[in-house]
Write a protein of this length. Structure first.
Length: 460
């Protein structure tokens, strides 16, 4: 038995053209909402009392809308060329403008806005976006068409230098987080600058990350109004020298992420080397307990490398069991991690951190592991850069500089599966759209139609 259910449908487009609505119907399984734009009050629009004349050959434009119903939804706009006599009795011709939709893409702005948000802000691949639109909204869209939307919007958005000026006008930045990454499928380096407000201020693609390229990039940022008092970067010599050359008065702090990453690498190598030793010994002697211990060490390897505060209840129980079954390495290994946590998270001064480091040296020396023995020399070589925040006030909210790596994660997520980002231009468009949505609250769909005519950024 067929059941007919009636319900209201309301959108930005139906509100705009309430006076032009002439009815709805279902054609070939698609819900058609029709508007006759000739019904609008164009005498008021053009401020004339002259009669509006319409061409006898009207035509229709159909545009997709997001649909949560069983059927897809399309708007059908009926329009024609109109004309009227002005005050000089000259005939003026016009064609009604369709607002709230993109006539070039035949999509409503809500469709384009959602596609941009999923692709750029959420990092969903274009192929998956196309599948989502087909499954949820019954709209056949290809990933290549979505990529064209991204490129069209990015082309119409302000250039990176103008975007930087706008961002600095909203909230001046004094803390510069500089890092670089190599996109998939290219040997070029993308340099990224983030600020203390967690904003990606600007990106720059260069042939390499050598000192000259980095210095020129930072000098350009300085000329655009980026005045830095605290600078953060990894241990790349090209970046550190460029920062010191362009901002000689800025306090420099090594990014905490890269400090921990270097130390974590030695911890990981030590744990895996010990696990291999246990496994080899167990297999050679056919010792079932050692073989079982090696398997458990492998199963819980990532848990063994975590900070104590990040462990779940199950992980804590598993580590306790490993410490009981082991001959002492696991207990000592976890103790060393706790010592590192004390240095980074609980040291309230440089002197306090150095006392912790002295104890760490003794514990590592007692364990006698060649991988762990590389940790104290790393501290000796990079102490001033890695822990400057303990003796220099004024490093700001992100005193350890962990912010810059979050920008790298964003950029890598944007090119997930290398789907849709195959050129420097498209990569730059993604960044511009991200800045427009996240920082400037712009309706990027408007740029498809109006971008070239916008004299300044709205809502800024």
């Amino acid at each position: 038995m067929a059941v007919t259910v009636q319900m209201q449908f309301e959108s930005a487009v139906t509100e705009l053209y309430e006076d032009a609505f002439i009815g709805s119907s279902i054609e070939n399984g698609t819900t058609i909402i029709q508007f006759d734009l000739r019904k609008l009050d164009f005498q008021r629009v053009w401020e004339t009392t002259s009669t509006i004349c319409w061409c006898k050959a009207p035509y229709a434009v159909e545009v997709h809308e997001l649909s949560t119903f069983h059927n897809p939804i399309k708007y059908r706009f009926i329009l024609a060329q109109g004309s009227y006599l002005n005050d000089q009795h000259q005939r003026v011709y016009f064609t009604p403008e369709i607002k709230g939709v993109s006539t070039s893409q035949h999509m409503s702005h809500s469709v384009i806005r959602l596609a941009c948000y999923l692709a750029v802000v959420c990092g969903v691949s274009l192929r998956h976006i196309a599948l989502l639109f087909a499954a949820l909204f019954l709209m056949p869209i290809t990933k290549s068409s979505i990529k064209r939307w991204m490129d069209d919007i990015g082309t119409h958005l302000p250039i990176p230098e103008e975007m930087l000026r706008q961002l600095l006008a909203i909230a001046p930045a004094t803390e510069c987080h500089m890092d670089g990454y190599y996109p998939l499928g290219t040997d070029h380096c993308v340099m990224v600058v983030k600020d203390e407000h967690d904003r990606i201020l600007i990106t720059h693609e260069a042939a390499s990350e050598n000192g000259d390229d980095a210095r020129q990039f930072l000098q350009r940022c300085k000329d655009l109004g980026l005045h830095v008092t605290a600078a953060f970067s990894d241990y790349s010599q090209s970046f550190t020298e460029a920062i010191k050359a362009v901002y000689p008065q800025a306090r420099f702090q090594a990014d905490h992420f890269h400090t921990v990453k270097n130390i974590w690498g030695h911890l990981k190598k030590a744990l895996l080397a010990y696990r291999r030793k246990v496994k080899a010994s167990g297999e050679a002697q056919q010792h079932e307990a050692s073989i079982a211990l090696a398997k458990k060490l492998w199963t819980w390897r990532w848990s063994l490398l975590k900070k104590p505060s990040n462990l779940s209840g199950e992980e804590k129980q598993a580590i306790t069991a490993l410490e009981s079954a082991d001959e002492g390495f696991v207990h000592s290994f976890r103790h060393i991690i706790r010592q590192l946590v004390n240095i980074f998270d609980y040291a309230h001064s440089e002197a306090h951190a150095k006392l912790r480091l002295q104890q760490l040296r003794q514990d590592i020396q007692a364990l006698g592991d060649p991988h762990l023995e590389k940790i104290p020399p790393f501290f000796d070589d990079h102490w001033d850069q890695a822990l400057r925040y303990l003796r220099k006030k004024g490093m700001g909210k992100h005193r350890r500089g962990s912010n810059s790596e979050s920008g790298m994660r964003l950029l890598r997520r944007l090119e997930k599966n290398h789907d849709g980002i195959r050129s420097a231009a498209t990569r730059q468009h993604y960044i511009q759209i991200y800045q427009a949505i996240k920082y400037l609250s712009l309706d990027v769909a408007d740029f498809l139609e109006k971008g070239p005519q916008l004299a300044e950024l709205p809502d800024v």
